[in-house]
Design a binder for this molecule. Structure first.
Ligand SMILES: [Zn+2]
Length: 360
């Protein structure tokens, strides 16, 4: 049964986006991304008359209904659309009207295209000037969409309960490289590649890579890549330990990207992020109120992985440190504070980022 998500204005219970095909043009001068997306939407009820998408600080230029594949002699049909009043946390709902004759029956699909532009103030994008990079010569862009920032990158049904597959063609200036949270040149993503919109990720910079194993590679600016390969040499072992505990790794590749100024160390960061491949990315909380399902199980799996590689004492030590941290956090907030609830109330437009702590 579909769960209500207080952090999204999208109508995925009625008309669900199952696939997005993006074309993105990255402009470092204006710090915006010009985008075009073709959204495949599946009717969850009979003849839905509108598609509701989440957006925040996006400009929307045009919306069209595309003819069904194989139907020749019929061009795209412009659709009426309206951007709702912006809510400071949730953004503006993009309301797209579907003409009566085109509304699909339950189980039917339609394809709608949207032309849009991000804003330099998009909360998902971080634009670095050359001086902020290790190399100092080229600019750099990276995104962070969790919890509800994907809507400021692309129009989408920005709920963890509304998973989709995606493909993307990204245009960037020479000699920069674009990376995304996807396998390169995969023409049709497999079913396992459906992911929540918060897992959309894009990075553009002067990037090079080193192999870490048969399905892992580390990416970073050229000057950091050797040190990165040495630091993350054990990634394949973490992945194998994760598979031995939680089952097959379904995402094909596990590549790492080291962002310019920071240099995270191995152990629990990589164990934690690898663990999210199962708990979070594969099995996902339906809304941010149930974030403890993503993080609680991931921390448990992270410790199981560490325990396999370093022994039961390492597991016990990490667990007792975690218990102390939890107690300290409850003490800091006060034991009756609403943010100490396992399932916080996010109704009324509460920003999930404001509620996050080590409690979940
Ligand atoms: Zn986590």
């Amino acid at each position: 049964m579909a769960v209500r998500d207080h952090s999204s204005q999208a109508n995925f219970h009625e008309l669900r986006v199952t696939h997005s095909a993006f074309e993105l043009d990255v402009n470092f001068e204006t710090r915006v991304i010009e985008g075009y997306v073709e959204l495949t939407a599946l009717a969850e009820c009979d003849t839905p008359r509108e598609l509701l998408l989440d957006t925040r600080s996006l400009s929307v230029h045009s919306v069209e209904l595309l003819p069904p594949t194989g139907q020749t002699g019929q061009g795209p049909q412009p659709l009426e659309f309206r951007l709702g009043e912006p809510h400071k946390v949730l953004g503006s709902a993009l309301r797209i009207s579907i003409p009566a004759g085109s509304a699909p029956p339950v189980g039917g699909c339609l394809v709608i295209s949207v032309r849009f532009t991000t804003s330099p103030a998009s909360s998902a994008t971080q634009w670095l000037a050359p001086a902020q990079t290790a190399g100092g010569t080229h600019p750099y862009l990276f995104t962070q969409c969790q919890a509800i920032h994907a809507r400021s990158l692309v129009p989408c049904q920005d709920s963890p309960g509304a998973k989709m597959s995606y493909t993307a063609a990204v245009r960037v200036p020479q000699p920069l490289t674009a990376l995304m949270s996807a396998v390169p040149d995969e023409p049709q993503p497999e079913r396992g590649a459906h992911r929540a919109p918060y897992l959309l990720a894009l990075a553009v910079g002067e990037l090079s890579s080193r192999e870490l194993g048969p399905r892992s590679r580390v990416w970073s600016e050229p000057g950091m890549v050797e040190a990165g390969a040495a630091e993350f040499a054990d990634t394949a072992k973490y992945l194998e330990a994760g598979e031995a505990i939680a089952g097959e790794y379904v995402w094909g590749r596990y590549d790492l990207l080291l962002l310019p100024p920071s240099f995270p160390s191995l152990t629990n960061v990589v164990a934690h992020e690898i663990a999210h491949s199962w708990t979070g990315n594969l099995v996902t909380n339906a809304s941010w109120e149930h974030f403890w399902l993503n993080e609680g199980f991931t921390v448990f799996l992270e410790r199981k992985i560490l325990g396999r590689l370093s022994g039961p004492a390492a597991f016990q030590f990490a667990a007792s440190q975690g218990a102390l941290k939890l107690a300290a956090e409850v003490e800091r907030l006060g034991p009756t504070h609403p943010h100490t609830c396992l399932v916080p109330d996010l109704s009324g437009g509460v920003d999930p980022d404001d509620v996050f702590s080590s409690i979940p």
